[in-house]
Design a protein around this ligand. Structure first.
Ligand code: SF4
Length: 370
């Protein structure tokens, strides 16, 4: 059974009704249970749990320290291309937006990589719009081949592929896959993805499973927060992550929490997520998924990111640019979205240390592969 089938056993409206009906006694029961199940998570994500935020935070902190220690992994995105064949209303790279399009040459990608390497990064995330005409398998093989000597871990966040293609990329040295469903709400998904292959909800939803079948060591999922009700997105994210953990237990499953940021097109999020909501969501998910990696990007402000360091986060991006060539090239072009944390990677690492945590630039070596 894929997660597409599993999702149908948890209809949106039924879960929504359950979340709304929970009271404080349900929250107390969930917090006193020794193993938090789906029913308990529904209670912890419900409006009735809003006054319990401090307790959720304390428990999330203790559990994260127990499972991961006091460490925060650091990584950086490297944007290869802003060319895209899809029309997502919330994104600057939307094919309908009249922006300059740029795809880095392998030489330019290598310059960007050298810059990030000098900053200290040993984990890089290759990002692009969804356009396999320019970011082809051949192009990826060339780029990954050049970067392999610089980074111990190379992840991708590009267009969804089939299992064979992922297997090929794994053979070149890619070890991680990030793919956001954007929203688990079918109607909203259809509404905001106006054209292109991305309209196919099921193809996208089953992408992490194809990555797992191909043997990626790290698989990341996420919902674009602001598109639909955050409590519901949290529930489906939790179910999705648990499904992947059971099927692909050799892979480390991570969850990202990207909140919508201003972008070309001026899309206004229909369901804004406050800082408090975000903390609620992350801490509740930590209690349900003690072993999941939780990622927080530079979409968030320095203040919030610093605050979240002890509360369940395991990895952060730093010093990010969201346009291709943004680190080293003169030709400025449109970024995918505006970042909020403009601190240098060194400054972010110092802040992590000030909070009593260890910044980790390298958490993997291919020599670990048996
Ligand atoms: S979100 Fe991704 S697929 Fe959609 S327009 Fe932006 S780059 Fe393209």
């Amino acid at each position: 059974m894929t997660f597409y089938d599993a999702m149908r056993t948890h209809p949106w409206r039924r879960l929504e009704g359950e979340i709304e009906s929970r009271g404080s006694h349900d929250v107390d029961r969930a917090l006193s249970s020794s193993a938090l199940g789906l029913d308990g998570l529904v209670s912890l994500l419900s409006p009735a749990a809003d006054p319990y935020l401090e307790e959720l935070a304390q428990r999330a902190q203790a559990l994260t320290e127990q499972r991961f220690g006091r460490v925060i992994g650091l990584y950086a995105p490297l944007y290869l291309s802003n060319s895209c064949t899809n029309s997502c209303v919330y994104c600057s790279f939307n094919a309908d937006n009249p922006i300059d399009r740029l795809t880095l040459t392998p030489d330019q990608a290598e310059s960007e990589a050298l810059y990030l390497h000098e900053q200290g990064f040993r984990h890089v995330l290759l990002v692009s719009g969804e356009d396999r005409r320019v970011v082809s398998m051949e192009y990826l093989r060339e780029v990954v081949g050049r970067l392999r000597g610089l980074f111990d871990s190379i992840s991708i966040e590009i267009y969804p592929m089939d299992t064979d293609e992922y297997g090929e990329l794994a053979g070149y040295g890619v070890d991680g896959l990030i793919i956001y469903q954007e929203t688990y709400n079918r109607e909203r998904y259809d509404e905001v993805h106006r054209a292109g292959r991305k309209k196919d909800f099921r193809w996208r939803l089953e992408t992490p499973e194809r990555g797992g079948a191909a043997g990626f060591r790290r698989i990341g999922i996420g919902a674009l927060l602001g598109l639909s009700a955050w409590r519901m997105e949290s529930l489906y994210l939790a179910l999705h992550a648990r499904h992947l953990m059971r099927l692909y237990w050799r892979s480390h499953i991570t969850i990202s929490f990207p909140r919508l940021r201003p972008a070309v097109g001026g899309y206004t999020p229909p369901c804004p997520v406050t800082d408090r909501d975000l903390v609620h969501m992350m801490t509740a998910l930590r209690l349900f998924l003690p072993d999941a990696g939780l990622l927080l990007s530079t979409r968030e402000s320095p203040r919030l990111r610093d605050h979240m360091i002890p509360l369940g986060v395991t990895s952060m991006s730093a010093g990010s640019k969201t346009d291709p060539g943004g680190y080293t090239q003169d030709s400025a072009c449109e970024g995918q979205f505006q970042v909020s944390d403009h601190r240098t990677p060194r400054r972010v690492a110092e802040k992590i240390k000030e909070k009593g945590y260890e910044p980790v630039w390298k958490d993997w070596d291919s020599a670990f592969i048996p």
